[in-house]
Ligand binder design. Structure first.
Ligand code: F6P
Length: 343
């Protein structure tokens, strides 16, 4: 078969491990020809393609980012976008697509399948771990490890200076990274989108802790965390092609409020894209590799419109609809665990 592959949306450690696994099994076992499209759906619209062979896979398992490039382009946003996608797929004689992305990228694949019969299999990707249908996405484990390392480092400097440290991590719709890194790093306050916060309560908790002997505090904030009653405005207003506002900066507001209300010296660190960069952890390399193998198998079984997913210990196939329906938010039980150690 001639199989196209693309990576869309924000990059994520482990993308190259998926690409490597697909090529290795596709070319090596099935005798497929693999075609890589550059920069997500934009590359399919623009006909930006290249052949991928086993020669491209050496050293790829440990390499961060994506050798294909990525974008947040949505073909449904331009008048001729879908037609251009279909033209490219016909010209390249693509029998099936492996689409590696989050809900937006997979949503396009699902729509093209329904409307135009494009044969696609999805691979779930996001450091945020907020995709439904799968227990975990690759990239999440790496992001949590980077965030935890950062919290550990900030703790020693916070302690030396008697400071409150506010650490902002990614997490638009869900606070998975904040919850995991908060628990692992022993944070004193964890703020997530699932549970709007009251800044007065946050300050009271920090003051209580400092009255009982602590000379520093660590506050971990997901970028999508919001105050109760929408009192603190933090959005930049810029919107991407999938309608998402660019986030980042809630922690600056929180820093100012904590500083003013408690009188404690407060500093902020926004980890942002650092969480997406660099080499994947061993866990993410293994998960990404298993997803890649499962995706090429699903193509050869003709299971189009599905996404490979981790369910417990097993890799399964689930309808792509499951992934794009709604974000997977943090289990309240996990938030309770984080809450146990606060303050
Ligand atoms: O991939 C999701 C995500 O990591 C979000 O947490 C974040 O809001 C977004 O990407 C930022 O992406 P970019 O700035 O690269 O568009």
């Amino acid at each position: 078969m001639r199989i196209g592959m693309l990576t869309g949306g924000g990059d994520c450690p482990g993308l190259n491990a998926v690409i490597r696994a697909v090529i290795r099994k596709g070319e090596g076992i099935y005798g497929d020809q693999l075609v890589g499209f550059g920069h997500g759906w934009r590359g399919v619209m623009d006909g930006e393609s290249r052949d991928l062979t086993i020669d491209d896979t050496y050293g790829l398992v440990r390499r961060g980012g994506t050798i294909l490039g990525t974008s947040r382009t949505n073909p449904f946003q331009s008048d001729d976008g879908v037609a251009r996608v279909l033209d490219t797929l016909a010209r390249e004689r693509i029998d099936a697509l492996i689409v590696i992305g989050g809900d937006d990228t997979l949503g396009v694949a699902r729509q093209l399948g329904t409307d135009s019969g494009v044969a696609a299999v999805g691979v779930p990707k996001t450091i945020d771990n907020d995709l439904s249908g799968t227990d975990f996405t690759f990239g999440f484990h790496t992001a949590v490890q980077i965030a935890t390392d950062a919290v550990d480092r900030l703790q020693t400097t916070a302690e030396s200076h008697d400071r409150v440290m506010v650490v902002e991590v990614m997490g638009r719709h869900a606070g998975w990274i904040a919850a995991y890194a908060g628990i692992a790093g022993g944070a004193d306050v964890v703020l997530v989108p699932e549970d709007p916060f009251d800044i007065a309560e946050v300050c009271a908790r920090i003051e209580h802790r400092h009255r009982h002997g602590a000379n520093y505090s660590i506050v971990v904030v997901a970028e999508g965390a919001a105050p109760r009653e929408g009192t603190l405005t933090v959005q930049s207003g810029e919107v991407d092609e999938f309608g998402h506002v660019r986030l980042g900066g809630i922690s600056n507001v929180i820093q100012d409020e904590i500083g003013q209300r408690t009188g404690f010296e407060t500093r902020v660190t926004i980890l942002g894209h650092v969480l997406r960069g660099g080499t994947p952890t061993a866990y993410d390399r293994v998960l990404a590799t298993r997803f890649g193998i499962a995706a090429i198998d699903a193509v050869h079984d003709g299971e189009f419109g599905t996404m490979v997913a981790l369910r417990g210990e097993r890799i399964e196939r689930v309808p792509m609809d499951d992934a794009v329906r709604e974000p997977k938010t943090v289990d309240p039980e996990l938030l309770d665990v984080a809450g146990m150690f606060l303050g």
